[in-house]
Design a protein around this ligand. Structure first.
Ligand code: NIG
Ligand code: FE
Length: 385
């Protein structure tokens, strides 16, 4: 069946056929056939279709691509958030409490929380989601997390190297052997990506040498690479990500000139997570410096129960504009095309002919309202079923 979605006041396509910034078409229509974009352009030229959906002047954008989330968990760390708001710094130490709660949860409890969060994201306009493990940190618990993640997305990431779990403290070498050996072998069939929390400034995360071991082992097992890099302080994560050809270096909060130059010269996307700086009361990454150097920037939520429990790409966009001085167009590009590039996907993040028909509708006349109206629930994924 074909559908023409018409009455679109402003359509963002990222299609270079339309020479305006972001490939914007006004008074537009989109024809969808078999789940793919079959035609875009001015509504008055739209071909006929089996069904018509009239959006009465609303804006349509490509669905958000949230390329970094941790949605398989149990429990809640609201108290840790409140302690941060009165001055306690974030150091990743609270991850252990989520690991304990996640291990104690049943499959159905984890699944119910995961499905609820995915629905929450879709209702805010997100149509592609990456999901990491990392709150199991034992072979069976990591496999279970990845299996559950695979029920909601193809973009599944093995993060056995999130932190060294409490039962391995003081025996970090053993844990690294497990993560790169038996745990990796059990997890790789259920994942597309491997990630590591490379953060020498955290007592429980991994230094550059350990992170290199994890990434190289994951690569040998056929996984693509991603890195949690330079969140709490400057360190080797970003340059390691670029050197090994990782798809993305995520956080990028503390960057040296050499880090910025490496990102600009390489193929690794700099994924910025401003809801984390918001929720940890930390300085925001310097997006302007990255953009000026020519790096590709993505925005994602990093939705997790600890460092930032927001599932909202519109909030990430509003913060990127208000706090990181991105233009709204730059922020929207980063939240769609940038996220797709961070996942090495060319079928999402845009609405060119042939793309997945992931349309997000705004209860607003323009994408600009995403930053102009912070906190207002304007965006939703369009249900074409
Ligand atoms: O991306 N940095 C490490 N991992 C997550 C936080 C996880 C947590 O605090 O539970 C992050 O911020
Ligand atoms: Fe994260």
């Amino acid at each position: 069946m074909s559908t023409v979605v018409t009455g679109i006041g402003e359509l963002v396509t990222h299609d270079e056929r339309f020479t305006s910034d972001l490939g914007v078409v006004t008074d537009a229509a989109v024809v969808v056939e078999d789940g793919r974009v079959a035609w875009t352009g001015p509504a008055r030229h739209a071909p006929a279709a089996d069904r018509v959906i009239d959006l009465a002047g609303r804006a349509v954008i490509p669905g958000f691509v949230d390329s970094h989330t941790h949605l398989v968990f149990a429990g809640d760390r609201a108290e840790e958030f409140e302690a941060r708001m009165v001055g306690r710094p974030y150091d990743g130490g609270g991850i252990a409490s989520t690991v304990a709660a996640t291990r104690a949860a049943t499959d159905d409890q984890l699944r119910a929380n995961l499905v609820r969060l995915v629905a929450e994201m879709r209702s805010q306009g997100t149509t592609t989601i990456e999901v990491k493990s990392g709150y199991g940190l034992a072979v069976a618990d990591e496999v279970r997390s990845l299996r559950l993640a695979g029920e909601v997305t193809d973009e599944v990431t093995y993060l056995g190297a999130h932190v060294v779990p409490p039962e391995h403290r003081g025996r970090e070498r053993d844990y690294l052997d497990l993560v790169t050996g038996e745990m990796l072998a059990a997890c790789a069939p259920h994942a597309r990506w491997v990630d590591v929390f490379c953060e020498p400034a955290s007592a429980t995360a991994f230094d550059g040498d350990a992170a290199r071991e994890v990434l190289l082992a994951g690569q040998r097992a056929g996984l693509g690479l991603r890195v949690h890099a330079n969140q709490l302080g400057a360190g080797p994560g970003v340059r390691l990500a670029v050197e090994l050809g990782a798809a993305s270096a995520d956080h990028c909060t503390h960057l040296t000139d050499a880090d910025v130059d490496a990102l600009a010269a390489g193929t690794t996307v700099a994924t910025l997570l401003p809801t984390i700086e918001f929720s940890t009361r930390s300085p925001y990454p310097d997006a302007r410096r990255l953009l000026a150097a020519g790096a590709v920037v993505a925005l994602a939520t990093d939705c997790n129960p600890g460092s930032g429990f927001s599932s909202s790409m519109p909030l990430a966009i509003a913060l990127a504009v208000r706090e990181m001085r991105m233009t709204t167009a730059e922020a929207l590009r980063a939240a769609t095309l940038g996220g797709a590039q961070a996942l090495r996907r060319d079928d999402v993040g845009h609405l060119r002919v042939g793309a997945c028909a992931d349309l997000t509708v705004l209860d607003a006349p323009s994408y600009r309202h995403l930053a102009y109206r912070p906190g207002v629930p304007l965006a939703r994924a369009l249900d074409l079923s």
